[in-house]
Design a binder for this molecule. Structure first.
Ligand code: 5AD
Ligand code: SF4
Length: 567
């Protein structure tokens, strides 16, 4: 088979970015090539997000654009991967016949064979026929869970082949910019009433600690120095070794169990159970090559003191917590089924700050959050409580979203979306402005402090200045232009959590032309508390700085942008 070229664009969260990386690795190993230019691709894949409607709209418009192209290039294969595929199912193909392949996030291990079948049908079949006739849905290549239970129901009895996708991760020494994601859990059992994730990603499962640690070691051997552990509720991680099932020589991931630890340490810690605290400590101690260990996302309940203790005692674990509150109103939290009241949330924040906030040693604790405004029946008073919570917690940044009713969720079915769009927009802008002021204050407090800065690459601004297109901008080259990162800028209201943004997986991503002349280049780096700092470097020394941790003194903070100098 001639080499096929793939264009893979990723929408949404970090979990999707990791999925795309794993899929790309697997396809590369099978001989597919990748391009950042969708026009020259034989196969166009979109790895989609359906957390909010806005994220879905982008995919619909991309698919719409492909309609006429497919007339001219009947051999083109179009695939929709991820949460939108899972949520819409076959309806998606009915609405968009341009789609040949659909693959839910729980079935990505099957993508190579689906794609192979689709390529054979379209590229190697009788092209004159395929392009003109409307194919029946049965001719499409589809792998969906269909409902959330398949994997969880069969987990103990059937090999979890999706785990093989994580295990097969190919790590090239050049491809990562020093940072990488590692999944520790998949899915979610929380069923917040507004959220599609439990339906699209399925029930929560926890990967065996040995698999996670081995992956971290392989990444470290390939030069990765910063690992971000991923899960919807990472602090619920728990692996009971006595209950482990091995199939085909591979320890299987384990179903998440109800966790009722509160803020106490898990009583079973050390007794055949690897808790989240144990996992952090083990990665820290067993993989010294990883100089920074971070994790997202934390659930505000059941975050034990044992985890805080481990973070405090292990210097390479970052002082950064992403702990979504969603609202400051107890009435809203109850309707959202979040399982805590604002006082409990604040108790956790205070506990975390008293244990981890150490600005005197250059390690202030930085906290970021997520909020939904305009959830059904939200009053001005409810909203006011959210503002008070934001003021009280002093988040480094917040991802603020207007409520978006999602088909299939409890809120969609049972609670009318009754807050008018203009009210949602106003509350969104008001909260963004409050957050921007706090972020600005926090930024100014950092001036004069020296931080260990992980230099991630040429800043996005600099790349744009040098003429890089959106698709060419490297994922790891610090996309965030503000101290708080994405979603904090009032002009950028709905782009938090990456859903307003997409990334292209490519082979031709270069360092975007760091010049060899006597000029400076703006690099972007990150403190262990996730603050973005820009550093000017001479172009000949800049490449050697990327991927390293350097001491940087913050010299100015202006409109949320921190600048610093290497000391
Ligand atoms: N509408 C708006 N925001 C949502 N989120 C999840 N579901 C919805 C929805 N239906 C937000 C939450 C979550 C983040 C990933 O996306 O704030 O923490
Ligand atoms: Fe969605 Fe709630 Fe699970 Fe987060 S914890 S993924 S908001 S259901």
């Amino acid at each position: 088979m001639a080499q096929r070229t793939v264009y893979l664009e990723t929408f949404g969260c970090q979990m999707n970015e990791l999925d795309s990386e794993l899929v790309a690795g697997q396809l590369r190993a099978l001989g597919y090539a990748f391009t950042t230019d969708s026009q020259s691709a034989d196969i166009v894949l979109y790895n989609t997000c359906s957390v909010r409607e806005q994220a879905e709209q982008k995919v619909w418009s991309r698919l719409g654009e492909l309609k006429s192209r497919k007339q001219e290039q009947p051999g083109l294969v179009v695939g929709v991967l991820g949460c939108l595929a899972e949520r819409d199912g076959i309806d998606l193909i009915k609405r968009m016949p341009v789609v040949d392949v659909m693959c839910g996030p729980g079935e990505l291990d099957k993508l190579p064979s689906l794609l192979d079948n689709a390529v054979r049908t379209r590229l190697e079949g009788t092209e004159s026929e395929t392009g003109k006739k409307k194919e029946p849905v049965s001719a499409k290549q589809v792998a969906l869970q269909g409902n959330t239970s398949r994997r969880s129901a069969t987990l103990a009895a059937a090999e979890d082949s999706l785990e093989l996708l994580d295990l097969s991760r190919s790590v090239s020494p050049t491809d990562h910019g020093g940072t990488a994601y590692v999944r520790i859990t998949r899915g979610c059992n929380k069923f917040c009433t507004y959220c599609v994730v439990p339906f699209t990603r399925g029930a929560e499962i926890h990967r065996p600690p040995e698999h996670i640690i081995d992956e971290c070691k392989r990444l470290a051997d390939a030069g990765v120095i910063e690992v971000t552990l991923l899960g919807q509720t990472v602090n619920h991680y728990r692996f009971e070794h006595g209950a482990a099932v091995t199939l085909g020589g591979i320890v299987q991931p384990q179903k998440g169990r109800a966790y009722t630890g509160g803020h106490r340490a898990d009583p079973f810690r050390g007794a055949g159970v690897t808790t989240f605290a144990d996992l952090l400590a083990r990665i820290h101690d067993e993989v010294p090559g990883i100089q920074r260990l971070r994790f997202v996302t934390s659930y505000p309940r059941d975050f034990g003191d044992d985890v805080l203790q481990v973070i405090r005692d292990h210097p390479r674990i970052c002082r950064y917590l992403h702990v979504p509150a969603q609202s400051g109103s107890d009435r809203m939290l109850k309707m959202m089924n979040r399982g805590y009241e604002s006082s409990e949330y604040l108790e956790f924040i205070d506990r975390a700050r008293s244990s981890l906030d150490q600005p005197e040693i250059g390690r202030p604790l930085m906290i970021s959050g997520d909020f939904i405004v305009g959830f059904p029946t939200e009053t001005e008073e409810d909203f006011e409580r959210t503002i008070q919570l934001v003021e009280r917690v002093r988040y480094k940044n917040s991802f603020i979203f207007k409520y978006s009713p999602r088909p299939g969720t409890v809120a969609f079915d049972k609670i009318p979306d009754d807050v008018p769009e203009d009210v949602k927009r106003r509350r969104n802008n008001t909260l963004l402005a409050v957050q921007a002021r706090i972020s600005d204050e926090i930024a100014r407090e950092q001036v004069g402090r020296t931080f260990d800065l992980m230099i991630e690459g040429v800043s996005k601004q600099e790349q744009k200045r040098r003429g890089a297109t959106h698709g060419q901008i490297r994922k790891n080259n610090a996309v965030m232009l503000t101290v708080g990162g994405k979603g904090m800028n009032p002009d950028d209201a709905d782009s938090g959590c990456g859903s307003g943004c997409s990334h292209v997986h490519g082979a031709s991503e270069t360092e975007s032309g760091i010049g060899s002349h006597d000029e400076t280049v703006q690099l972007a780096g990150r403190t262990d508390g996730d603050l973005i700092v820009f550093v000017e470097a001479r172009s000949e020394t800049a490449p050697a700085m990327i991927g390293r941790i350097l001491p940087v003194r913050v010299s100015s903070a202006d409109k949320l942008v921190l600048r610093g100098e290497v000391v």
